[in-house]
Write a protein that binds this ligand. Structure first.
Ligand code: MG
Ligand code: MG
Length: 250
């Protein structure tokens, strides 16, 4: 599939979808506390997406059953909300949400600590993963390359002794959740496709405290770290503009 460039009108629609996703994620964040289940988060999100007049992007996508992905601790991405998954003090939960407005998609993720007593390395994992996303976004401008983004993310992560997941990557986004190109969170400066004004991409570093390898559980969805280490995930949908970039999910 070719890379589809978006008009300013299309990007405005994507910003509206992105705004829905942001509002949902902030609501979900307020529900994250010891004793809550990941299904509680799902229910709050599903209602809020509907209240905002949007459609959920994930539910039904290749058969995914929910509007959120909720991935706890060593779960990397694509965890399925469940009434059996009770959050406890010291956990972290990655919450990924997509919404559709007027046929256009927004996609964003945050990782939230549960309670106040987070292990220092885990707290650092959250800070570093979010910082790596910001570093990747800072590399976005016309003429820069996908490798510039990946290298910027990877440098921040590896300077802290953490590792970037290779098996899942960011992506183009527009009237489909996943469009070309793929946007790896690793790479070399100057390599890969050049960014052009009107491209819209989801940048989404997944970072493990331990090794980068992941495996998928028997449910066919939940990806976990191979070594059981904690994993974090932050994501924004970002448009390439004439002067640099614009985050559509904040
Ligand atoms: Mg996402
Ligand atoms: Mg995504």
């Amino acid at each position: 599939m070719a890379v589809l460039l978006k008009s300013s009108n299309e990007i405005e629609k994507m910003r509206r979808a992105g705004h829905v996703v942001r509002q949902v994620l902030e609501l979900v964040r307020s529900h994250v506390k010891p004793g809550a289940t990941t299904l509680d988060l799902e229910k709050a999100a599903e209602k809020h997406i509907a209240d905002l007049g949007a459609k959920p992007a994930f539910k039904g996508y290749h058969g995914f059953p929910c509007v959120l992905c909720t991935s706890v601790n060593s779960e990397v991405v694509h965890g399925i909300p469940s009434s059996k998954r009770v959050l406890k003090e010291g956990d972290i939960v990655s919450v990924d949400c997509g919404a559709i407005v007027d046929g256009y998609y927004g996609d964003s993720a945050i990782t939230v600590p549960v309670g106040e007593k987070i292990d220092p390395d885990t707290a650092r994992l959250l800070r570093v993963t979010e910082a790596s996303l910001q570093s990747g976004i800072a590399a976005v401008k016309p003429g820069a390359t996908l490798g510039d983004i990946g290298a910027a993310v990877q440098a921040v992560v590896e300077a802290e002794g953490f590792s970037v997941v290779r098996d899942f990557v960011g992506h183009g986004i527009g009237t489909h959740m996943h469009e070309d190109p793929q946007v790896p969170n690793f790479g070399q400066k100057g390599r890969g496709m050049k960014l052009r004004t009107g491209m819209v991409i989801a940048i989404e570093p997944m970072v493990n405290i331990g090794k980068p390898e992941v495996m998928v559980l028997e449910d066919g969805w939940t990806a976990v770290t191979g070594d059981g280490s904690m994993s974090a995930h932050f994501e924004h949908t970002v448009a390439v503009t004439a002067t640099g970039s614009k985050i559509l999910t904040e």
